[in-house]
Design a protein around this ligand. Structure first.
Ligand code: PEP
Ligand code: MG
Length: 923
């Protein structure tokens, strides 16, 4: 018979069953169950209990809601063992055992699934508990909680049905907080709650403890497929087939008087990463009171004064758990009459900033290795660290102007500016359908609100603390968040909020700073954060670079790089290159030279060059452009001193530098009408339209049906070589000039859009000739390369030939994706691609994440063929994919030397490159 149930002290048996792999232990017992078992083995005080495995959940769901054979019997045997361990009896009328029934999947899904507490209470066991504790208030509080939780979680009665009764009850008795209610009140309240069950369901609350246990277990199983859990899995990518485990744990009570309490804590500050205990607790309360943020909690350090012994023991346990798990822990505890019990430990969720600090600190403390530290921070987290902030000066100014609206707890850092919406559905709709920047505002959030929170740029609540639902979820997803801004009153009916007499209505703008907890009226400007100020991140990224630079970390056929990926940047101007270098780029992978042509002082010259009738006229215009280009390139070489700089020759179709046909026609018509009016009125000179008409004729002549597949890239260079000849001269003169000044220039000239070897054969020797000539003229030598972009499928397919001439390849995956799929990169995202991804026709937008099977396959083939011809072929990527972690991993696997991305993404790419190297390290 299959074993569906494991007692907490049976961890060895679990390990034997799954083959000793901890990941599989978590898979079977769920994260919570595995940790409870592990803590039990460590000698940490854990209330006795057992775990029903995820296999049991899956079997139950597969059978359409039937317990698999043997499950119930095994639960009964385990329960008998727990009775033995505790000396209590489930349903007993002398010393009754009460248990909780808690969900716990392999990956933590906070608040997404169900929990029922105080199972085992009924009128008889309640009497026994009163006799034992002499505390009827506590017993009836537990009892009414059971009826309420069981009613909502297991029987599906809306929370409000109970909340209304409770509120009414408190009002009638003049009670402010739940703690103001007496034992008698709570006894009556229990009866009232039972009436709610009868009224809503048509049957009585089940008083048989075994029936309670069975139904609660089923409810937890079913909650795996509840909407909340499914939505959460969609957002986090947790697979649907894992199932949840169910933990049946002896109840311990934090509400047994003022020597009891309950709390949650992180072993380090989850916002900043600082090494100090961070948490909250409440005396005489149950866990849900802390998490729900209903009563005002105490800071954990105050416990030292209130229950010093328990606090001391708690500190030691936290230290022990952190050392054991080698990570920051998020723990739940309860103190029952002075005795400490640990209810849960798990690796704590943290902000990106904290993740980096904790990883670096733990290396310095000798707890983890540099490799582990690098793997503990995700590229996405680095991305959030580089997200916008408010400049302190802006904040100061806003305060002076009286725009500070409210202040709350700084729950998740980052700046957010958006329009206010007061419920999750509207917030989501405004963000998705109307593309608005949204700030979701609620008194507090619940798991049902997660879709709105994910769609929002920022979250604001008027209630709750640093470990409230809103705070935890926001931190996890990197959404800036302020909670517990208690001066704010929210009127959900009137759809407005107010603080200190100022009213903000739905749809109005606010700005919030999740790092300081401040909320401002209106829109404040945001600034990009500076990497230089983030020491820990710099350290972590240096470790990432070190890992990538290790010889032997990759293995492959001849020519395959043995180190990991380098990260280069796409930069058109010296200032971008300087930023790229400051962010750690080891080269420029793409300088789009045509961007320089658009500068206002240059565009007229470019237009003159395009419209030139004779080669002579064209040359003259190009001579004027040359000094501009040369000085741009000098700036790039200076910024990248010692690193390679890939400069791409002109790529776009020429009409992009001229006004559009429509624009020209409009201008001509306007002028004609003016002339006509002037003629009729007999005043003024008629305006000259000949020039405009000349341009229009030229533009019309250049018209192409598919310009992206037309006269651009190398094709343009062959038809009109003068432009690229000028560019190559500018590149080499610039390189020569800076070399003479002691700078190490390494120019690499890149020819775009090659599809046939003959194109390179035609153009490249001419250009190399110019290069050599310039070096001769200037009397200097420096290393240089000529290479091509691989952006046309034919180039990829014939890469072996192309590498006979090209010394390097750079995959232009924007065009390569466009041409491989046959999707117009300018239109597809607007017209059908979003739908495709929504419908699952495509798993991801291929313009964001490289399509490994199609475009990627072409890349792999091109690299292999290319290196067969030229083993030292340098291979890079410079499409948008160069900054996308999954695409970077692919580039690592197929043997790119480097990836090139926008300067802002360089830090993200450095970490992603190291992750790829570690994940696939050559054995
Ligand atoms: C590309 O096609 O991937 C590329 C980098 O070139 P561009 O985006 O300039 O066409
Ligand atoms: Mg391109």
């Amino acid at each position: 018979m299959k074993k569906w149930v494991y007692l907490f002290h049976e961890l060895d048996e679990v390990e034997k069953y799954v083959g000793g792999n901890w990941d599989d232990v978590r898979g079977l017992l769920g994260g919570k169950g595995a940790n409870l078992a592990e803590m039990t083995r460590l000698g940490v005080p854990v209330p006795p209990g057992f775990t029903v495995t995820t296999e049991a959940c899956n079997a139950y769901l597969k059978a359409g809601g039937k317990f698999p054979e043997g499950l119930w019997e095994q639960m009964m045997t385990a329960l008998a063992e727990v009775e033995k361990l505790t000396g209590k009896k489930f349903g007993g009328t002398e010393n009754p055992l009460l248990v909780s029934c808690r969900s716990g999947a392999k990956f933590s899904m906070p608040g997404m699934m169900d929990t029922v507490l105080n199972i085992g209470l009924n009128d008889e066991t309640a009497q026994a508990m009163i006799r034992l504790t002499n505390n009827p208030r506590f017993v009836y509080d537990a009892y009414r909680r059971l009826v309420q939780m069981f009613g909502s979680v297991v029987l599906g009665i809306p929370d409000e049905a109970f909340e209304e009764v409770l509120d009414e009850f408190k009002r009638a008795r003049g009670a402010k907080a739940d703690t103001d209610l007496t034992a008698e009140d709570l006894k009556e309240l229990t009866e009232e709650f039972k009436k709610v069950v009868r009224k809503q369901k048509g049957f009585d609350f089940p008083t048989d403890p075994y029936e309670q246990l069975r139904l609660a277990t089923e409810a937890v199983f079913k909650s795996w497929n509840g909407k909340r859990a499914v939505d959460y899995r969609r957002a986090t990518g947790i697979p649907d087939d894992l199932g949840t485990a169910v933990n049946i744990v002896t109840m311990v009570f934090g509400n047994m008087g003022w020597d009891s309490g309950t709390g949650v804590a992180f072993t380090r500050d989850p916002s900043t990463g600082e090494k100090k205990l961070y948490g909250e607790y409440l005396l005489n309360a149950q866990g849900e009171d802390v998490v729900a943020g209903i009563r005002n909690t105490e800071k954990i350090e105050n416990l030292a004064k209130q229950l010093p012994e328990a606090y001391q023991q708690f500190l030691e346990i936290c230290e022990k758990l952190e050392r054991h798990y080698r990570d920051m822990q998020d723990v739940e505890f309860t103190i029952e009459r002075g005795r400490l019990w640990m209810l849960q430990t798990r690796n704590g969720k943290r902000t990106a900033r904290a993740a980096v600090k904790i990883a670096v600190d733990m290396v310095n403390e000798g707890l983890i290795t540099k490799e582990e530290a690098v793997l503990r921070v995700s590229p996405e987290q680095v991305d959030t660290l580089l997200h916008p902030q408010f400049d302190p000066k802006v904040i100061q100014e806003a305060k002076k102007e009286g725009r500070l609206f409210a202040t709350g707890v700084n729950a998740s850092p980052g700046a957010a500016v958006g329009q206010v919406y007061f419920d999750a559905d509207t917030a989501e709709r405004m963000a998705k359908e109307f593309k608005q920047d949204v700030i979701m505002v609620r008194p507090f959030t619940k798991p049902d609100d997660v879709h709105g929170m994910l769609a929002a740029k920022g979250i604001l609540t008027s209630e709750g603390g640093a470990t409230s639902h809103a705070a935890v979820v926001a931190r996890q997803f990197g959404v800036p968040c302020v909670v517990g801004a208690s001066s704010i009153q929210i009127d959900l009916d009137k759809r407005l909020m107010s603080a200190n007499g100022v009213v903000v209505r739905e749809g109005e703008w606010i700005s919030l700073d999740g790092g300081t907890g401040e909320v401002f009226l209106g829109k404040l400007p945001m600034t990009a954060p500076s990497l230089e100020e983030q020491r820990d991140l710099m350290t972590l990224l240096e470790w990432a670079d070190e890992i990538c630079a290790r010889p032997g970390i990759r293995k492959g056929p001849e020519g395959f790089p043995t180190t990991g990926l380098q990260v280069w940047a796409n930069a058109d101007y010296p200032k971008d290159a300087r930023r790229a270098r400051a962010y750690g780029a080891k080269g420029i992978g793409l300088c789009r030279t045509e961007h320089m042509f658009f500068e206002p002082e240059r565009l007229p010259i470019v237009q003159r060059m395009i419209l030139a009738k004779t080669s002579e006229e064209r040359k003259q215009a190009l001579d004027e452009l040359l000094p501009f280009q040369r000085s741009d390139f000098e700036g790039l070489f200076e910024a990248m001193d010692g690193y390679p700089v890939i400069i791409r020759l002109i790529d776009p179709p020429l009409h992009e530098f001229l006004p559009s046909e429509k624009e020209l026609q409009e201008q001509i018509i306007t002028k004609r009408l003016q002339n006509l009016a002037d003629y009729v009125l007999g005043k003024g000179e008629s305006k000259d339209i000949a020039e405009l008409e000349k341009i229009l004729v030229a533009v019309e002549a250049m018209h192409e049906s598919n310009p992206m597949m037309g006269l651009r890239g190398v094709r343009l260079s062959i038809v009109m070589p003068e432009i690229v000849e000028m560019q190559v001269r500018a590149i080499f003169e610039a390189a020569a000039n800076v070399t003479l000044r002691g700078i190490k220039a390494k120019p690499e000239v890149m020819i775009p859009l090659t599809g046939h070897i003959n194109e390179l054969k035609w153009i490249q020797p001419r250009l190399e000739e110019i290069a050599k000539q310039v070096m001769k003229e200037k009397g200097v030598e420096f290393p240089y390369k000529f290479g091509t972009m691989i952006e046309v499928p034919r180039a990829a397919v014939t890469a072996g030939e192309i590498a006979q001439i090209a010394e390097f390849f750079s995959f232009g995956t924007n065009d390569l994706t466009q041409m491989t799929f046959g999707y117009s990169r300018d239109d597809a995202e607007r017209s059908f691609l979003v739908k495709y991804v929504e419908l699952g026709v495509l798993p991801k937008n291929p313009f964001q994440t490289l399509d490994r099977e199609g475009v990627g396959r072409l890349m792999k083939m091109a690299i292999e063929e290319g290196r067969k011809t030229r083993p030292d072929l340098e291979v890079g990527i410079c499409g948008e994919h160069g900054g996308d972690p999954s695409s970077i991993e692919f580039c690592h696997l197929v043997g790119n030397n480097y990836v090139s991305c926008s300067p802002f993404r360089v830090p993200v790419a450095r970490l992603a490159a190291a992750h790829a190297a570690l994940k696939h390290a050559a054995k």
